[in-house]
Design a protein around this ligand. Structure first.
Ligand code: SF4
Ligand code: SF4
Length: 635
């Protein structure tokens, strides 16, 4: 029997509309795909060469090796680490794009951009040992961009990537270097994974997995630079009181939904749209232009521009089913190709903007840094034209929206804590962890997946952990789930936090001038911003003089689906965090791979994977791990 599709009230309402109008959604296609191929679910099918496809019989009655002789362990490990390479490629392309833009800004070749947070850029330069004192800001930008791009070109394998080495504890760096998994060059590491998984190469599952971990750490490196350099260019997020869920769309406005991940375009669209409000009104939109976000571009613009978040990954199609979205402007990653097909039923203009991310049926406006202002203007003009076509067609905007306090960058969080202790901002957190008022910290990351009831795993686990005084951080579509469903509010803190956690969140919130507690879940940004949480965790570890694998920190991706999520989960393990996945990963066809990731990794790295699809049991397991870590620390 099928499980409930979603707990999101807007999504439930619009699923009914979609059904009536005969519009197929991700949930319909998921049902149509059943039963899923058992070989694929176990990860034991291989299509790496044309002697295959091969698949291993899990019951032992059929083939136990592919045509080339690869067994289930080799096949599963190869498939998995190729996912890590793809995740690393996606994130690090994002990082490279931002670094190249920073270089263009330094050379005055990107008029739409400036360095909005110069202090942050100087801090980055210090972290990368670039001695910024006395240098012009453009010179600093050039040096930071160059040191960043070195992480894509260095040929000496013994020199770690700058953005990896300078952002971890020393102990962790040493451990990863000794294991041979510290990346020296993001591109090279991704290439190595593709090379070693070619037919007739690496067949040792453990060796393959170590190569995958290196790839996942390349993913971390690419993510870290993307986030930090975005802050320098676009401003470091500070808390904003925003709103979330599809009720943020407006009937009498030109609704532009920004979707994807890369803030380079969306930042400029936000700026340009302000100046085009009158044009929208002249076209009949009484409320002018209404920009909303979807997925992680949504998280980016929510934090920096207080743009409301319409929805997260899984329900992106339903934004179009409202009939109120005039333009869906997409950049990269996590955009369902089906949006173009659905847009045919409406007046909606789907606009792709990146050369390497086009969708049949969409309009393409090639975005370039040099012409960003004109490109952004063209997209807004198309949205206004589409609005005119909407005319009096009915819209169905659900009456659901939630307040969402967002924008807790590491700086914002530490800034709030500094109101309690200006000289030693981390002390209040550490004291409260030591005395047990805060039992630990859990970071929620990742996607939505129709294999689980949308948003339910996030909500169930977070509420359960908060009740047990575990502090909750979130990024990516986890942030979207919490924002839409009301956990990024002060009321949620009052309703769900245990007494110890409530006391701390209230003290910090009051001191920071919020006239109440911090929200129950602290929104740290998009999925690429998961390194913001690593930043805070490393600061706590450094302060205590212990490595991350000793701290009561856990991570959870309870509704994961993407290759990026596989890479993030793996670097989380490599940093020393017990990391929960709520979707059974496609690796269970190899006992060796499962053992390595759930047991051996614990000895080698301190972190390990916990797989639990039941959210209540997952919360129990995560809390048990936190208690075990506390015991280890003697607190
Ligand atoms: S690489 Fe080996 S297992 Fe994979 S498809 Fe080719 S022959 Fe089959
Ligand atoms: S969290 Fe997952 S689904 Fe959401 S945008 Fe990131 S990768 Fe895509």
């Amino acid at each position: 029997m099928s499980h409930q599709k979603t707990i999101d009230a807007s999504a439930n309402e619009l699923l009914e509309v979609a059904k009536k109008e005969g519009i197929e959604t991700v949930w319909d296609r998921y049902e149509a795909m059943k039963p899923h191929c058992g070989f694929g679910e176990l990860g034991v099918c291989c299509r790496l060469c044309w002697k295959g496809p091969c698949r291993i019989d899990p019951f032992g009655n059929g083939p136990q090796r592919g045509v080339c002789g690869a067994d289930a362990h080799t096949i599963v490990a190869r498939n998995l680490i190729r996912m890590m390479a793809a995740g690393a490629a996606a994130h690090s392309e994002h990082g490279r794009h931002i670094a190249l833009c920073l270089l263009e800004v330094a050379d005055d070749h990107a008029p739409a951009y400036s360095i909005k947070d110069k202090d942050k850029l100087r801090r980055i330069a210090e972290r990368l040992h670039l001695a910024p004192e006395g240098k012009d800001i453009k010179q600093i930008a050039r040096e930071v961009a160059t040191a960043t791009l070195d992480d894509f070109s260095r040929q000496q394998a013994s020199i770690p990537c700058n953005w990896a080495k300078e952002t971890m504890t020393e102990e962790r760096v040493d451990r990863l270097v000794q294991l041979g998994v510290m990346p020296h060059n993001i591109d090279a590491v991704v290439t190595q994974i593709m090379g070693r998984t070619h037919v007739g190469c690496d067949a040792d599952p453990v060796n393959l997995l170590l190569g995958g971990i290196k790839g996942a750490l390349a993913d971390y490196t690419g993510m870290y630079m993307a986030t930090e350099l975005s802050d320098a260019l676009f401003g470091t997020p500070q808390p904003v009181i925003s709103s979330a869920n599809l009720g943020v769309l407006k009937e009498d406005a030109v609704n532009i939904a920004l979707h994807g991940h890369n803030p380079l375009l969306s930042e400029v669209v936000c700026d340009v749209a302000i100046g085009m409000n009158e044009e929208a009104k002249k076209a009949g939109a009484k409320e002018g232009i209404n920009i909303v976000g979807i997925c992680c571009t949504g998280n980016e613009v929510m934090m920096r521009h207080n743009i409301p978040l319409a929805t997260n990954y899984l329900s992106q199609e339903l934004a179009l089913v409202t009939g109120a979205v005039d333009a869906l402007v997409v950049d990269v990653q996590c955009i369902m190709p089906s949006v173009a097909k659905i847009s045919e039923c409406y007046h909606t203009e789907v606009i792709t903007t990146m050369a390497e991310n086009k969708i049949p049926g969409a309009t393409h406006i090639q975005f370039q840094e040099k012409t960003a202002l004109e490109d952004a203007r063209k997209t807004v003009e198309l949205a206004i034209e589409a609005f005119k076509k909407r005319g009096s067609s009915p819209v169905h905007i659900p009456n659901h929206k939630q307040t969402a306090i967002a924008g807790f960058s590491a700086e914002a969080l530490i800034g709030a804590l500094s109101k309690l202790n200006a000289e030693d901002p981390l002390k209040p957190i550490i004291d409260n962890i030591v005395d047990g008022s805060i039992q630990g910290i859990a970071l929620f990351v990742g996607c939505g997946n129709p294999r689980a009831t949308q948003d339910n795993n996030f909500m169930t686990i977070a509420k359960e952990l908060a009740r047990n005084n575990v502090m909750i951080l979130a990024t990516g579509c986890a942030s979207g789930a919490f924002a839409k469903n009301g956990l990024m509010t002060q009321e949620a803190t009052e309703a769900y936090a245990g007494d110890g956690l409530k006391g701390v969140l209230t003290a910090v919130g009051q001191a920071a001038g919020l006239e109440g507690p911090l929200p129950l879940v602290l929104h740290m940004g998009s999925c690429v911003d998961t390194t913001r949480a690593a930043n805070v965790a490393v600061a706590i570890a450094d302060k205590l003089g212990v490595d991350l694998d000793k701290l009561p920190l856990v991570a959870s991706a309870p509704e994961a689906m993407s290759e990026k999520a596989v890479a993030i989960g793996t670097w989380s393990v490599a940093l020393g965090l017990p990391t929960h996945i709520g979707i059974t990963p496609q690796i269970t066809g190899s006992s060796e791979v499962v053992k390595f990731l759930t047991e051996t990794a614990k000895e080698a790295l301190g972190g390990y994977f916990i797989v639990e699809t039941d959210p209540v049991k997952a919360a129990d397991k995560l809390f048990d791990v936190i208690k075990e870590r506390r015991q280890g620390l003697g607190i």
